[in-house]
Design a protein around this ligand. Structure first.
Ligand SMILES: Cc1cc2nc3c(=O)[nH]c(=O)nc-3n(C[C@H](O)[C@H](O)[C@H](O)COP(=O)(O)O)c2cc1C
Length: 214
């Protein structure tokens, strides 16, 4: 079984990648083959809305990296998508990537039944993580994939995915009423986000075991 993580951040190796790697590391330690794809490493052209994929399960654009990335998705049993919040939504790079997978579901649902998991990171608390999360969840639903939530009955944590934030606190200014935001150095300092990465990975493993036992 292979788990593929797709990082929609325009910055490689930063906060979204940190959370995705935390999930992949846990899966890998438990026998799952893992791969992290960082979208800035690849050339992904815009969908040109030629609509040829309504009639044939292929994309008319063949001179970029999308077919290779599509093969990686086909090989994987688990697809984890991570996005920073950009203007309250997924990044433009991730949206372009999602648009270009349209041929994988118009004629035939080629990703149906795979497990999906969702990671978002925002600068602020309540910075748009939930809407961004829903955009990815809708993508998985449209592909007939099953989203694995974060749940831990023992700690009462339940969330539909990992939602990180860089906001730490507000420091009141000595001058006037202006407040200064204190940022976390990295999402590694977001204890809840790091814990939910572990819980999500554990939930993915449990679901894989359930499926193997069926
Ligand atoms: C173009 C752009 C738009 C952003 N919009 C938001 C936003 O709407 N809400 C928010 O809380 N943070 C916003 N941010 C901050 C990012 O979500 C945050 O820095 C995130 O950690 C970036 O992930 P990365 O470290 O993987 O690049 C924005 C950043 C950029 C570059």
């Amino acid at each position: 079984m292979k788990a593929l993580a797709i990082n929609g951040s325009h910055r490689k190796g930063r906060n979204t990648a940190i959370l995705l790697k935390a999930i992949l590391d846990y899966l890998n330690e438990n026998g799952v083959i893992t791969e992290l794809v960082e979208l800035p490493d690849y050339t992904i052209k815009y969908c040109i809305a030629c609509n040829k994929c309504l009639f044939e399960s292929k994309c008319s654009i063949e001179d970029d990296d999308m077919n290779m990335l599509a093969s990686k998705m086909m090989e994987a049993g688990v697809i984890i998508i991570g996005s920073p919040v950009y203007n309250g939504n997924v990044t433009s790079m991730l949206k372009t990537f999602m648009d270009r997978t349209r041929w994988m579901h118009m004629k035939q649902e080629m990703l149906a039944g795979k497990l999906g998991a969702i990671v978002t990171v925002a600068g602020l608390r309540n910075g748009g993580q939930e809407f961004t999360h829903e955009a990815i969840e809708r993508f998985f639903a449209s592909r007939h994939m099953q989203v694995v939530p974060v749940r831990d009955p023992e700690s009462n944590i339940f969330n539909m995915g990992v939602m990180g934030t860089l906001f730490e606190s507000l420091r009141d200014s000595e001058k006037g009423n202006k407040a200064k935001i204190i940022w976390k150095k990295s999402v590694k300092d977001d204890k809840l986000a790091m814990l939910t990465c572990q819980l999500l990975a554990k939930n993915i493993l449990d679901e894989l075991k359930n499926r193997a036992g069926r």
